[in-house]
Design a protein around this ligand. Structure first.
Ligand code: HEC
Length: 140
């Protein structure tokens, strides 16, 4: 009988210890720490919004034709993949340019056969596309 009571006491004491441990990790502080947002939203007019706006405008401005060709067009136009007119090769570009620059530019923007629209540079402006074509065709 005494033995049974003793083991019941040990059991209850064990339960209490466990309960305390669980309560520790579920304290209000512990929970709110875990619920903290991963990122934070920046509302216009707040200090953080001004900082991110400045960073965005600092990187704007047209990229050079050389940059665009280096990042996008060169993958096909440097070696003439799938019949692409080769960058810097006048003989490849002459028949293209004979169509008139506006037509060539429109074809590059809209895509032409294996040439993807905007040459895979989805965020290239028309101005940047024009600069890239001029760079590759030695037009400037
Ligand atoms: C996936 C390969 C590929 C990429 C990347 C690519 N081109 Fe092309 N491009 C081609 C091919 C192939 C042609 C030839 C299409 C034809 O005449 O059938 C072509 C043709 C052109 C022409 C000639 C259009 C005409 O009217 O004859 C221009 C201009 C051009 N590309 C510009 C660009 C520019 C600028 C970029 C980068 C922003 C670019 N291309 C990226 C494959 C590519």
């Amino acid at each position: 009988m005494i033995k049974a009571i003793r083991s019941a006491v040990v059991f209850v004491a064990g339960l209490m210890l466990t309960a305390t441990a669980v309560a520790g990790s579920n304290s209000v502080e512990a929970i709110s720490e875990r619920l903290k947002p991963v990122g934070s939203v920046c509302i216009q007019g707040e200090e953080c919004a001004a900082a991110s706006g400045a960073a965005a405008s600092a990187s704007s401005g047209p990229r050079s034709g050389e940059d665009i060709v280096g990042s996008y067009c060169g993958a096909c136009h440097n070696v003439g993949v799938l019949g692409a007119p080769k960058s810097g090769n006048d003989a490849d570009w002459a028949p293209r340019m004979a169509q008139g620059f506006d037509t060539v530019l429109a074809n590059a923007i809209n895509g032409l056969n294996a040439m993807p629209p905007r040459g895979t540079c989805g965020d290239c402006t028309d101005e940047e596309m024009s600069a890239a074509i001029k760079f590759m065709s030695n037009a400037e």
